[in-house]
Every structure is written in structure tokens, then in C-alpha cells.
Write a protein that binds this ligand. Structure first.
Ligand code: AMO
Length: 438
């Protein structure tokens, strides 16, 4: 299709949804061939665009022979543009159909390598790894599109919540010179004649912003070089973070509680159809606050140890549909930058927390150490070298207020809200140990 025609198509085409909602008697629609069938002298195409589906109906003798012939030659998922009369029809899905005057094939699809079920909410016969090999085609499925419509609502609501509270939006660097979460699990990159790494988190940078501009939020990719193979780990993650000056763990947990409630409310209001298609009944969660010591007892865990995935699930089951905040963790289980309880360097406990929702950890955070000497001690006690953190430590020498923050994984939150078995379903192009393409 040449330039002027494409411009015309772009201007004239209307979405399937607007054909049903509008009063047009004549319409041009463009999209993918979702289904086609023949019933005696009538040929049908179900055309799908991002808004929905519309039936194109051709009766032999009432449309040109060329169009009638073309109607049963179109392969599944081919892209077409159709012009024609809009008529009411009791049999057509949505109560309207188009009688075609013109059909243009924009791209003819070859045999499909994966199963795209006709029923928009139906299950595919293709296993996840193969679907991910053909992710671009998997995105043709309405059910998959639904997940990312919801993810859009989640990210938009997150931004809106913190913009409304006058937080500054931050764009942290993705290439960094030293570890931000401890020594391991970094992807190395060659940076001119130096060694650099892909950021594991915006941690150190968001603290510097909070120590000057007080309140910051961001949505940023981070990379973890862990060789996990689970249903809740990926190697490239989108983190939704905040950092706040003059605040401790409880103040920022309250912000997390409020933003997750705001996100759930937005999804419930804006994605009613999508939640129905996924068969999810979402409620606005309540918040439960437990200390680490209380929480570990509730699941018969060993004090001083992390929760196993099974224990996280058990704890969430006790508060079905709610967020469980587990605060005041042992220092030994938290990163070097988390403040020991009450600024007491001898305390075994910290001002750090995790939040669990839908059976797993969705966020962690806490109050940070803003005192350089204490920070050096903590770095050493974690067997890390303070020299590697010199710039970071020095940033607290010229007026750094107490501050706290957290990070919420976008994919994990999407997985929980959409009730998906695997985090890769909640990631457009997941990166795992074996996958770099597409
Ligand atoms: P943490 O490492 O706990 O904390 O990460 C915060 C949140 O990010 C998500 N997440 C992941 N999601 C999927 N796959 C992974 N491999 C993965 N790793 C992390 C989770 C997790 O709860 N800097 C601190 C946060 C802070 O203190 O502000 C940090 O990154 O949802």
C-alpha cells in the first residue's frame, strides 16, 4: 500500500467497537482474519482489531464475484481492510455486520506455527516456551492482549498516584559502575576500557535524589543475573520504586498500601471486561501488618531464616486477597543499606520490610542508612568492600536526611492481579536463563 492510500486508510478506518456504538451506515474497518466460514451461498469472515470483532458477510450474487471468491481464500490472521455497508443482523455477534464492497489484503498470513484459539478466552494447545518463541503471534490473542491492557492500567495508576502527591519522576541510569544490591548476580558489560554492569536496581541513585528532592518515584528496568528457573523469577524486571526523605519503614509501607489499593481500584473500574475474560474476581485489598517475628511463627518457620515460597503462600492464605506487610526483619537477611533497628548498630533487627500479596513477595524496602560511618560498618559486615561504594558513602557526608523507600515488581504485581501461573505471562518479552529472543 502506497503512502497516500495508507494515509487515507488511517484517516477513514474505524474500530469494530465504534461500528457497534456508532450510527455509521457505511464503514471501513481493518484488522486480522480471526475466523472464516461458509454456509451454502453465504461466506463469513470474523475480523478482529484491538477493540473487538465484527462479522463481514457476503451472499453470492449480492457482492461481486471477486469478493465472494476472496472471502474463502483468506488465511487465519491475514491482515485486511474492508469497506462496506453496515447492517443490523440478529445472528451477527454484537448485532451488526458489514456487507463488503471492497476487501484489500494487506498481508497474507502463512500457516500458523502456534495455536490461536477461536474463543477469545479459550486455552491454547501450545505450551508456553513455544508461545514465547512466537510471542509476536501470541499477542494476536485477545486473552494475552487483556493482560497488557491491565498492565497499562497498573503502570498508569502508579504514575498518577505519585504525580498527584508531587513526587519527582526519576530516570535512573541502567549502566552502573558497581553493585547496588551486594556483590553477586550482575551482568557485566564492556564500557569503553572499563568494566561496568547492568543495574540491579536504582537503589543508590534514588537515595541521592530523595536526599535532595525529597520524594521520587520511577518505573525502570533492572537486571538480575540469577540462574533461577521458577514461575516468579525473570532476569529483566520492571521495578516501580519510590524513595522518601524524612521517613521510616512504616511511613513508606503506608504509601505502598495506598498505591496498591489505588491500582486495584483503577483495574476494577477500567478493566471490568478484561477481568471477566481472565475469570478474575479482584477486590481492593486490606493491609495486614506483622513483625517478622510474628509472621515467621505463624508459618512455623525458623527464626532468622527467610520465608520459603511455601511459607509465603501459607501466610497469604491466612489473609486471602489482602497485602501482608512483614516489617522489622533480621539485619542478616536484608541488604547492607538497610538501617539497623532504631539506628542501633548492635541490633539484630532492621528497619526493613517485605510485602506479600497473592502468595508471594511483591515488594521490599525499608529505612536506609544515611550515616556514613554506620554504612561503612554494615558494608564490611556483609563482606563487601567500602572502597567500591566510595561515591555512594560520600554522598551522605554533605547533608543527608533520614530516608526510606521500596520497590514493587511490575511483572509480579501483574501476575498476582491477573492470577497468572507464570510471571513470563505477565512480561511482554521475558528474559530468562535460556531466552534472549524475541
Ligand atoms: P528486591 O531485590 O527485593 O529489592 O526487589 C524488589 C522487587 O522487585 C521484584 N523482583 C523480581 N521480580 C521478578 N524476578 C526477579 N528476579 C525479581 N527480583 C526482584 C519483586 C521484588 O519484591 N532495592 C531493593 C528495593 C528497595 O529497598 O527499595 C530491591 O531491589 O517484586
Amino acid at each position: 500500500m502506497k503512502n497516500p492510500e495508507l494515509k487515507k486508510l488511517n484517516e477513514n478506518r474505524i474500530l469494530a467497537e465504534d461500528v457497534f456504538n456508532g450510527k455509521e451506515k457505511y464503514a471501513e474497518v481493518s484488522g486480522w482474519v480471526h475466523n472464516s466460514r461458509e454456509l451454502g451461498k453465504i461466506r463469513f469472515i470474523i475480523l478482529r482489531d484491538f477493540s473487538g470483532v465484527i462479522q463481514i458477510t457476503a451472499v453470492k450474487g449480492k457482492v461481486t464475484e471477486e469478493i465472494f471468491d476472496l472471502m474463502n481464500k483468506l488465511t487465519r490472521e491475514s491482515v485486511v481492510s474492508v469497506k462496506g455497508k453496515v447492517v443490523d443482523s440478529k445472528q451477527a455477534p454484537g448485532g451488526k455486520e458489514i456487507i463488503p464492497d471492497e476487501i484489500i489484503i494487506l498481508n497474507s498470513a502463512e500457516d500458523l506455527p502456534i495455536d490461536i484459539p477461536f474463543d477469545p478466552s479459550g486455552e491454547t494447545k501450545t505450551e508456553l516456551p513455544k508461545r514465547l518463541d512466537y510471542r509476536f503471534l501470541d499477542f494476536h490473542r485477545r486473552k494475552i492482549q487483556t493482560i497488557f491492557k491491565i498492565q497499562t492500567t497498573i503502570a498508569t495508576a502508579f504514575r498518577e498516584f505519585f504525580q498527584n502527591k508531587n513526587y519527582i519522576e526519576m530516570q535512573p541510569p541502567c549502566i552502573i559502575g558497581s553493585a547496588s544490591e551486594g556483590g553477586t548476580d550482575l551482568f557485566e558489560v564492556k564500557y569503553f576500557d572499563k568494566k561496568a554492569y547492568l543495574a540491579q536496581s536504582p537503589q543508590l541513585y534514588k537515595q541521592m535524589i530523595a536526599c535532595s528532592m525529597e520524594k521520587t518515584f520511577m518505573i525502570t528496568p533492572v537486571w538480575r543475573a540469577e540462574k533461577h528457573n521458577t514461575t516468579r523469577h525473570i532476569n529483566e524486571i520492571r521495578q516501580m520504586d519510590i524513595e522518601v526523605a524524612f521517613a521510616g519503614q512504616f511511613e513508606v509501607m503506608k504509601e505502598l498500601e495506598e498505591v496498591v489499593k489505588f491500582i486495584a481500584k483503577n483495574v476494577i473500574e477500567k478493566n471490568k471486561k478484561e477481568l471477566e475474560m481472565l475469570g478474575v474476581k479482584l477486590k481492593i485489598p486490606k493491609a495486614v501488618y506483622l513483625s517478622y517475628e510474628e509472621a515467621i511463627k505463624k508459618v512455623n518457620g525458623k527464626p532468622g531464616e527467610d520465608f520459603t515460597p511455601e511459607q509465603e503462600r501459607k501466610l497469604c492464605e491466612k489473609y486471602e486477597g489482602d497485602i501482608v506487610f512483614v516489617h522489622s526483619w533480621p539485619s542478616s537477611l536484608k541488604p547492607f543499606y538497610i538501617m539497623p533497628q532504631n539506628e542501633n548498630k548492635n541490633s539484630d533487627f532492621s528497619e526493613g520490610f517485605d510485602a506479600l500479596y497473592g502468595g508471594m513477595e511483591i515488594s521490599s524496602g525499608g529505612q536506609r542508612i544515611h550515616l556514613p560511618e554506620l554504612l561503612i560498618e554494615r558494608i564490611k559486615s556483609k563482606k563487601l568492600n567500602p572502597k567500591n561504594f566510595k561515591d555512594y558513602i560520600d554522598s551522605f557526608r554533605y547533608g543527608a536526611p533520614p530516608h526510606a523507600g521500596w520497590s514493587l515488581g511490575l511483572e509480579r504485581l501483574t501476575q498476582v492481579i491477573c492470577s497468572l501461573n507464570n510471571i513470563k505471562e505477565a512480561t511482554m518479552f521475558p528474559r530468562d536463563k535460556d531466552r534472549l529472543n524475541p
